[in-house]
Write a protein that binds this ligand. Structure first.
Ligand SMILES: [Zn+2]
Length: 392
């Protein structure tokens, strides 16, 4: 047996539960139904990453999921938890107009919350019963499993994903997450949660050891498996009174996708910045910059700026006056220089403060030229934008 997270074979028995039920989350239609007998459950611990799991080969999952349905909307605690998650997602990523996939949507309760915030929601859901209910709530359902053939059925590439209380039931979570990646855009955000093993341990809940649960995750093992599959973990949380451990993540894309994008964007930034500066110098116009902080130092150095392209850098801190920026060797001077040696454009390096700096430039130093921002790409503020800033 291998660890389902890190694939180590260094595994030991952690807990032995005798006479457990075969299934814990579905009821039998008759006492003689398949799966009605008791069975022993062993939990194993991975000595390398600490993952707690059963032996996945002891489970026949596929038929189990086909009529699996866990309704989340029936208790106040879950409803409150799901509402909090929706609020957080909306705050972090802005749900309006987003195309989201939910893996394992159950009765569609959470999907409907996302739809109410203006998102479009599709779901991958192996249970036909669940699909029928979720469709009624406006979720577009693919009645199938998430595995490596998923792109044969789902052609969309989603902006975000949600998968709640699903991965703990998955025998091969690495395959699950790799398959999920295939239907996401690079940079897609995600929300995942699973029952918390920490809670089970703290509350000594032996009854939380369900024979149909494959993986028992902690914050550490959840982060481990997400990062292994190219999801950057942005934030880990414990929710619903500690019942679930969850994470907000961002998908790297194909191997090193975000890193490649970072490289490409860097080149594009430099190209655009250089050509913008060339436009000014070709027109015989002068450019200065505001802000000799770390951002300015870095950006002017790596984009190849020199005292020929940028006349000077002003800063309010008089300790910096008459010093030079490392790399670009631009000279730092007092803000009064804007009056004494007028320029046609000022680059504001601290994008966070561009509104207040723009107001100071115009109101205190009589500046009437172009204001240039550098984030995310170099650009000149339009007349309308300038007017709006001055009025604010
Ligand atoms: Zn492991």
């Amino acid at each position: 047996m291998k660890c389902i997270v890190c694939e180590s074979t260094d595994i030991e028995v952690a807990f032995h539960l005798e006479n457990g039920p075969r299934y814990a989350q579905k009821l039998l239609d008759s006492p003689d139904d398949k799966g009605g007998d008791r069975m022993d459950v062993k939990l194993y611990k991975c000595c390398d990453c600490g993952m707690i799991q059963i032996d996945p080969d002891t489970l026949e999952h596929d038929e189990y999921f086909e009529d699996y349905l866990m309704s989340r909307s029936c208790t106040e605690l879950y409803v409150q938890y799901d509402n909090e998650l929706t609020d957080t997602l909306d705050e972090k990523y802005g749900l309006k107009g987003q195309n989201i996939v939910e893996v394992g949507c159950g009765d569609g309760f959470f999907g409907e919350l996302l739809i109410q915030r203006g998102a479009a929601v599709s779901a991958i859901e192996p249970s036909a019963t669940a699909c029928a209910l979720a469709e009624k709530r406006g979720v577009t359902c693919y009645n199938t499993f998430l595995n490596d053939t998923i792109t044969d059925q789902v052609s969309d590439r989603f902006d975000g994903f949600v998968t709640k209380q699903v991965m703990d039931l998955i025998k091969d979570p690495n395959e699950f997450l790799a398959s999920l990646g295939k239907i996401l855009k690079p940079g897609a955000w995600g929300l995942i949660d699973v029952p918390s093993w920490t809670k089970t341990l703290l509350d000594m809940r032996y009854y939380d050891v369900l024979p149909d649960r494959v993986g028992y995750y902690t914050a550490k093992t959840l982060v481990e498996i997400m990062e292994r599959n190219h999801f950057h973990v942005v934030e880990v949380f414990h929710g619903a009174e500690g019942e679930y451990v969850g994470a907000y993540v961002v998908y790297e894309g194909e191997k090193e996708g975000l890193l490649k994008r970072f490289n490409n964007e860097f080149e594009e930034f430099n190209d655009r910045f250089t050509s913008l500066m060339k436009e000014y110098s070709d027109a015989g116009k002068k450019v200065a910059a505001w802000g000799a902080g770390a951002k300015g130092v870095t950006i002017f150095s790596f984009s190849g700026m020199t005292p020929e392209t940028i006349a000077y850098v002003v800063d309010k801190d008089d300790f910096k006056w008459n010093k030079y920026l490392p790399g670009s060797k631009l000279k730092v001077v007092s803000p009064d220089t804007v009056k004494e040696q007028p320029v046609d454009a000022v680059i504001i390096t601290g994008v966070m403060f561009y509104k207040e700096i723009t107001r100071q430039l115009v109101n205190d130093y009589g500046f009437s030229g172009d204001v240039i921002l550098l984030s995310p790409m170099p650009r000149v503020l339009t007349r309308e934008e300038l007017d709006a800033v001055l009025k604010s």
